[in-house]
Design a protein around this ligand. Structure first.
Ligand code: PLP
Length: 300
């Protein structure tokens, strides 16, 4: 039985109950995070908590938990759930009001919820064993605040389902200029002529912790060139490699887009080099950052 945290106590997940008047339930009015924990070791913890705190500030939700308080919660949740390979899910909603009214309520306590779920072992940089991802594409029909990790995920869910119903693992999204934004639950990269390219951080995409760590690791290493710039869908279709990144996938090699093979249809050499470097350096604390464009894109 998995152990969850709700407000100020730990309990079996089946005993965790919230009010139907909770604004997270009624409006999707909340912020969440997913942090991987491998055998009790949290990956990218500071980046995840900083992003959550920026998201909470961005929606005017004044919860003042420190990194230390979140770390205590995550460590305890991981150990209560066996310290295996876990995704730690954290959610803060604006809390349960007495009425359903759009304006932010006064004097309502935020609801804090955490639970864990099993994830695969840390990905390995091996072309033979790595998962080969396939993706669909679709025009990005979500809102204009995609840099906020909101619990209101219906737009993402509908886009994910488009790819899923076509037998694919993800859906790559593009804006009305035919430029790649991200995927429904991942960031996206292409590789062309050995250069790794990913869209710049702005309001059209989540500042993924894996994306940011990968960009930092590649720049620090210096053997592979990285560009953050707009990427057209024509470039995606002509790419040598396409990747999707997220905390539990790390770097996912995409072998087909809309049923058309990427490059030669095999996992590429740059993926191998990048995942190898990511595996070597992912616990290096100095690499964790939330970039300036994300701060600028925040709403007040
Ligand atoms: N983009 C979206 C829309 C996501 O939902 C996620 C992860 O949930 C990501 C990107 C990847 O973010 P991270 O690397 O922080 O897991």
């Amino acid at each position: 039985m998995s152990i969850a945290f709700l407000n100020d106590s730990y309990m079996p997940i089946t005993e965790a109950k919230i009010s139907p008047m909770d604004r997270g339930f009624l409006f999707g009015d909340g912020i969440y995070e997913v942090i991987p924990s491998y055998e009790g070791k949290l990956l990218g913890f500071n980046g995840h908590i900083t992003r959550m705190q920026e998201g909470l500030a961005g929606i005017g939700l004044g919860l003042q938990w420190t990194h230390q308080e979140w770390e205590t919660l995550c460590t305890k949740l991981a150990s209560e759930n066996g310290n295996g390979n876990l995704g730690i899910y954290l959610q803060v909603s604006r809390g349960a009001d007495s009425k359903r009214y759009h304006a932010f309520p006064q004097d309502v306590k935020p609801t804090i919820f955490g639970f864990t779920f099993d994830i695969p072992a840390s990905p390995v940089a091996n072309k033979e064993t790595a998962k080969r991802y396939t993706v669909s594409t679709s025009q990005d029909l979500r809102w204009q605040r995609c840099h906020i990790k909101s619990t209101a995920l219906l737009g993402n869910v509908l886009h994910f389902q488009e790819g899923y119903s076509q037998g694919n693992d993800e859906t790559l999204l593009y804006n009305d200029k035919n430029e790649l934004t991200e995927a429904s639950a991942c960031n996206a990269f292409i590789v062309k002529d050995s250069v790794v390219i990913t869209p710049p951080l702005d309001n059209q995409l989540l500042p993924g912790i894996t994306r940011n760590m990968l960009v930092d690791i590649l720049r620090e290493d210096g053997s592979i060139r990285v560009e953050e710039r707009p990427v057209t869908m024509d470039e995606v279709r002509a790419a040598d490699e396409v990747w999707i990144t997220s905390s539990t996938k790390e770097i996912g090699a995409v072998v087909s887009v809309d049923g058309v093979p990427v490059g030669d249809g095999q996992i590429g050499d740059i993926w191998l080099a990048a995942q190898t470097l990511f595996t070597q350096h992912k616990y290096d604390l100095s690499l964790i950052h939330i970039s300036e464009p994300t701060r600028q894109a925040e709403i007040s």
